[in-house]
Design a protein around this ligand. Structure first.
Ligand code: TRP
Length: 361
């Protein structure tokens, strides 16, 4: 069977280090293994509009920011198709037909949508488009016959919903759609990278993100203001690792080679953690190390971004070509779907013959 990867992001802001360890880094690695027959990376502007309908300019402005972040991280248009969701009309058609296979109460049970409704104060009046976005996400995934969807844990309910739609569709209309698998981040720290304030979610409005395009001085300021263990007051005090943002970030970003380079007195992260827990290791020293690690990780990304920023028309052109290619693939799937659903009247000679016969008898 063909191996196809698909994933995407809503263009509501620049991408941050949470996006990076949660999915972007993995996508680039997978891209470069050469294991996939096709890779689709989608800028989900139509989904972003489901809760930003009154702010299209925000979505419009952030398309290029997300595209630049993608390229900066190493997504390569020669190996992956980068495209914009709204440019693929077939996704709307697929969503419309999938809606018949999903109940309102099933959508109401989606925990991610539930949490988002609360966060956006939508309880009293949920836009229908927002409420049904898990269905449109199923269209995104199935349109490209994706087998692998690398996303964060919060997307698990969307994948479950998609699989239900696939199973239902195939059982009602015959084997047509491909069952996708979710690919979650490799460790807990990457799964849910907290904001620099230790809060569970990184968000622009909380002002607790480190962006991929952040300048070195800003990164340093943010690292030094990070939440650690509030009971670890003097250097001699034993320190806690749970909920300690600096150590969570080290779990997500540290590579073995950073110890000889930046902190040669420790063998590895385990030894550093042990010392911290025992007492005698100050927060400043750990933060200095984390700053070095983050600077080393983000510098090449920032530099590559600046290169791509020099030719913005070329980035739009790349997205246009990607969108064209994506549309052709989605059109093939839509054709299969319409045939399976028996709404392919004009290219079904048997139908026309049969009807002729019925009326001539
Ligand atoms: N819901 C995803 C997010 O909020 C974005 C997205 C839209 C997506 N369609 C998708 C992710 C399809 C994976 C597959 O980030």
């Amino acid at each position: 069977m063909r191996k196809v990867m698909l994933t995407g992001d809503r263009p509501t802001g620049k991408l941050h280090v949470g996006h990076y360890v949660g999915s972007l880094r993995r996508r680039v690695e997978l891209q470069n293994t050469g294991d996939f027959d096709d890779i689709f990376i989608m800028i989900a502007d139509a989904q972003a509009l489901t809760d930003n309908a009154d702010n299209p300019e925000k979505v419009r402005q952030n398309i290029i920011e997300v595209a630049l972040d993608y390229l900066a991280c190493g997504l390569d248009p020669k190996k992956s198709t980068l495209f914009i969701q709204s440019q693929i009309p077939q996704l709307c058609e697929l969503s419309f037909y999938y809606m018949n296979l999903v109940t309102v109460s099933r959508l109401q049970r989606n925990p991610t949508v539930k949490a988002e409704i609360q966060m956006r104060n939508f309880e009293a009046s949920i836009p229908v488009g927002f409420f049904t976005y898990p269905i449109s996400q199923a269209a995104d995934i199935t349109a490209f016959k994706a087998t692998t969807v690398p996303v964060g844990e919060d997307q698990m309910p969307m994948l479950e919903q998609t699989r239900e739609i696939v199973h239902k569709f195939n059982s009602v209309y015959g084997e047509t759609l491909v069952d996708p698998k979710i690919l979650l981040p490799e460790n807990q720290a990457c799964m849910r990278l907290p904001g620099i304030d230790g809060k569970a979610k990184m968000s622009k409005s909380l002002n607790n993100c480190i962006y991929l395009s952040e300048e070195p001085e800003e990164i340093k300021k943010k690292v030094f203001s990070m939440f650690t263990d509030p009971t670890h007051i003097r250097i001699e005090d034993p320190g806690k690792l749970e909920g300690n943002t600096v150590f969570t970030y080290l779990d997500a970003f540290c590579r073995p080679e950073y110890f000889p380079e930046f902190l040669p007195e420790y063998k590895d992260l385990d030894e550093l953690k042990e010392h911290y827990q025992r007492g005698g290791l100050g927060d400043m020293k750990v933060k200095r190390f984390l700053n070095n690690v983050l600077q080393a990780e983000l510098e090449p990304i920032r530099n590559r971004r600046k290169e791509f920023q020099k030719d913005i028309p070329a980035v739009y052109e790349m997205l246009r070509e990607g969108s064209e290619k994506a549309e052709a693939v989605a059109a093939e799937t839509l054709k299969d779907v319409k045939a399976a659903m028996k709404i392919n009247y004009f290219d079904d000679e048997e139908l026309i013959k049969g009807q002729s016969k019925k009326f001539s008898d």
